[in-house]
Design a protein around this ligand. Structure first.
Ligand code: NAD
Length: 278
């Protein structure tokens, strides 16, 4: 059972990832960045999820490098943007990401979205970066089962993780089952459904019963299901609230009740729709 925000999951290459991290999408303003990221550190977050596409690697890198948390206690994930996919451009832009993040090794590098045209080129470059120890682990994001199968059949290194949209209205049971079977960790992006799930009446009832907020119930649900989770907020009180999920547990029945809210409803893009365009 998850006990603290410092709990980790061991990836298939032995690297440990904190199960509960902080997403920084849309945190681009310097003043808000300092306030939000320093608050996240203060309440115990050590894992941060950024991307080339978010245009905040340099801000995150600056704030983390100025903090008093040691580099080896931090876990930094970034992602190769769709427009940077390809062999040479992956190598050169990840070099820039390292500089922007003020680090000499990325903890976890992901392909942001599967690209039909550059699928293997990007992965080959990521395998090279992994072999050269510029990244500790490589994984994917927004990969459906067929993308994972295609990658497994044609690559040397297996992804450690698949980061996909997942929340009570999109539980992704099939991908999760495939990932579990194949020793690929399962990570949930937009774990709160970008706020859309917070007003669900069933979640509200469970929240009232535990004297917790809807956001806390949903984060706890992810953690108890074994999902790696990266909620985002730029409001200090909510950042603290979202970290404060270790003094209660959901019953197995409550977890099942939340599972049953699934309606396969996305808040973001369908990876297959993008795949055919890219
Ligand atoms: P989220 O589900 O974490 O929701 C964030 C929003 O929910 C906030 O902006 C805020 O409006 C609201 N919120 C957060 N905490 C709250 C609280 N305690 N009470 C009330 N409202 C609250 O959505 P997200 O930001 O889209 O996803 C989280 C992270 O996932 C991102 O920051 C990013 O790192 C990652 N992500 C990855 C991808 C991908 O393609 N790989 C796509 C989207 C997001």
């Amino acid at each position: 059972m998850v006990k603290s925000i410092k709990d980790t999951i061991t990836l298939n290459n032995g690297v440990e990832i904190p199960q509960h991290g902080f997403g920084v999408y849309l945190i681009t303003d310097e003043k808000n960045g300092y306030e939000a990221i320093n608050k996240a550190l203060e309440v115990g977050y050590h894992a941060f999820d950024t991307a080339q596409f978010y245009e905040n690697e340099a801000l995150l890198g600056k704030i983390l490098s100025e903090s008093n948390v040691k580099r080896d206690e931090l876990f930094i994930t970034t992602k190769v943007a769709n427009y940077n996919q390809g062999y040479d451009s992956t190598l050169s832009t990840v070099e820039q990401s390292l500089k922007d993040l003020h680090i000499d090794q990325i903890d976890l590098l992901l392909v942001h979205w599967p690209s039909k045209r550059r699928f293997f080129e990007t992965w080959k470059a990521m395998e090279k970066l992994y072999n050269e120890k510029l990244v500790k682990a490589i994984g994917v994001s927004n990969y459906e089962i067929h993308h994972l199968e295609e990658l497994a059949a044609n690559s040397e290194i297996k992804p450690v993780i698949d980061q996909v949209e997942c929340h009570p209205y999109l539980t992704q049971e099939k991908i999760k089952e495939y990932a579990d079977k194949n020793h690929i960790a399962f990570q949930a992006w937009s774990p709160l459904g970008r706020g859309a799930v917070l007003n669900d009446p069933i979640i509200r009832i469970i929240a009232e019963h535990h004297n917790k907020s809807s956001a806390q119930i949903i984060i706890r649900w992810h953690l108890q299901k074994g999902n790696v989770v990266i909620p985002k907020s730029s409001t200090p009180s909510r950042i603290e609230e979202n970290a404060n999920v270790y003094d209660f547990s959901l019953t197995e029945e409550e977890v099942k009740i939340i599972d049953a809210l699934n309606k396969d409803e996305r808040t973001g893009d369908d990876p297959d729709a993008l795949w055919f365009q890219m």
